[in-house]
Ligand binder design. Structure first.
Ligand code: PGA
Length: 246
């Protein structure tokens, strides 16, 4: 059995004060069957980690560099996240691929670095609307997963979470139907199976794209969907708590 993982991706939202207020709003109410995670901007991470000590709320980052250190102005190293005891790091979100030129190759280096330092990577994949309409969805995500997980050791594959996020469903209010999402996610699992054999059954694959309290149960009810990566609906404590009820 795979443990469901519900993750908030706050993107470039919230100050430390707002983040701490949010934690106050959900503290003591998040116990349940799902692993609970908030991925926040870098400057909030230390305070959020402290504020969630002794709870089941895990904290993660939204990016990191793949080099250990050096002349990479503005970047954050894996060691910095280890120092803050981060549990997870999102890798290759479509916004990073789109606006910050991340490639499958750089994502792969980041995945390998995260595993090396003991932080669980959440590797994102997903197709554009044009790709979906041209029936290229599977081809696109297959390439992203094969390249993103290249050279991952079998013993580590369970640490990786995959997030399938169709780009046309992110922040648009358009959700893939639960069946559409499940179909692609089971294909992703087949790609992982071709690479890692039956260990694929242990890898958790989330859906992301306009998930909200009103549709989370239907999405989580699908056979291959093991969680959700949620942007907009993860920003208010009340909505976030609603995401844990499925
Ligand atoms: P959304 O974002 O829930 O606002 O659609 C999801 C994501 O980008 O991770």
């Amino acid at each position: 059995m795979r443990t469901a993982i519900i993750a908030g991706n706050w993107k470039m939202n919230k100050t430390i004060k707002e983040g701490l207020e949010f934690i106050e709003g959900i503290k003591g109410k998040t116990e349940g069957n799902a692993e609970v995670l908030i991925c926040a901007p870098f400057t909030l991470l230390k305070d959020l980690k402290e504020a969630t000590k002794g709870t089941n709320i895990k904290i993660g980052a939204q990016n990191m560099h793949y080099e250990n250190s050096g002349a990479f102005t503005g970047e954050v190293a894996a060691a910095n996240l280890v120092e803050l005891e981060m549990d997870y790091v999102i890798i290759g979100h479509s916004e990073r691929r789109q606006y910050f030129n991340e490639t499958d190759e750089s994502c792969n280096k980041k995945v390998l670095k995260a595993i090396e330092v003991g932080i669980n990577p959440i590797l994102c994949c997903g197709e554009t609307l044009e790709e979906r309409e041209a029936n290229k969805t599977i081809e696109k995500v297959k390439g992203q997963i094969e390249k993103g997980l290249a050279n991952v050791d079998s013993k580590d594959i369970e640490k990786v979470v995959i997030a399938y996020e169709p780009i046309w469903a992110i922040g648009t209010g358009k959700t893939a139907t639960a069946e559409q999402a499940n179909e692609v996610i089971s294909e992703i699992r087949n790609v992982v199976r071709a690479m890692f054999g039956d260990l694929a059954d242990k890898v958790r694959i989330q859906y992301g794209g306009s998930v909200k309290p009103a549709n989370v149960a239907e999405i989580m009810g699908q056979s291959d969907i093991d969680g959700a990566l949620v942007g907009g609906a993860s920003l208010k404590a009340e909505d976030f708590l609603g995401l844990l009820k499925f």
